[in-house]
Design a protein around this ligand. Structure first.
Ligand SMILES: [Zn+2]
Length: 195
């Protein structure tokens, strides 16, 4: 008998479908082949362990206990916080872009006019830019009057912009920290419940 066949018989033995004749053949091979004997002892050991195992049933009320624990966990408020963060982030990005475009409008328009592939875009933008110019002129005027007042403290409009961006960054940092604090607070609570 070959080792391959012995291995197959061992599988049949594990499944409990080994015939008496096959059992005899396997027994004879194991008596001669130390490698297969070792394999058989391992398989037999596993089988014995399995038969010793009992199916462990969850204690009564286990499911209710778990559900009760889950109900005591605080509901995370991350969802609304992250929505606010996204809105705030989008708002400040748009505001920043608006400032950059307004301050460099001439340069951008000039650059666009130098590149013929943007001709159609320019045709669309130029009448629009006239309208925007009227709006932005009044906006710039109000910003400049604000800047003029603030320039008594800070020298120049650019520094005012820096201050505005700095304030935006600080507010964003606190929103972020609040969200982080909340989530760590939440995990602490969960650890307490688990302990
Ligand atoms: Zn063998």
């Amino acid at each position: 008998m070959e080792c391959d066949a012995a291995g197959e018989y061992m599988m049949k033995y594990m499944d409990g479908i080994l015939s008496d004749h096959e059992a005899e053949l396997l027994n004879r091979h194991i008596g001669q082949c130390s490698r297969c004997k070792e394999d058989f002892l391992i398989y037999d050991g596993i089988m014995a362990d399995f038969s010793k195992m009992e199916i462990v049933e969850a204690p009564d009320g286990f499911e209710e206990l778990v559900m009760a624990k889950i109900r005591t966990l605080p509901v995370p408020e991350v969802a609304t916080d992250s929505v606010l963060c996204v809105i705030w982030g989008a708002f400040s990005v748009l505001m920043g872009l608006g400032f950059i475009i307004t301050m460099n409008k001439e340069a951008i328009m000039e650059w666009l006019s130098l590149h013929p592939q943007f001709d159609s875009l320019m045709a669309y933008l130029q009448p629009l830019s006239v309208t925007v110019a009227n709006v932005s002129a009044s906006m710039t005027a109000s910003f400049q009057s604000m800047a003029a007042q603030m320039s008594q403290v800070f020298s120049g409009f650019r520094y005012v912009l820096l201050v505005i961006f700095g304030l935006l960054a600080v507010v964003q940092y606190f929103v972020y920290r609040k969200a982080r604090f909340r989530s760590s607070d939440y995990s602490d609570e969960r650890d307490k419940v688990e302990a």
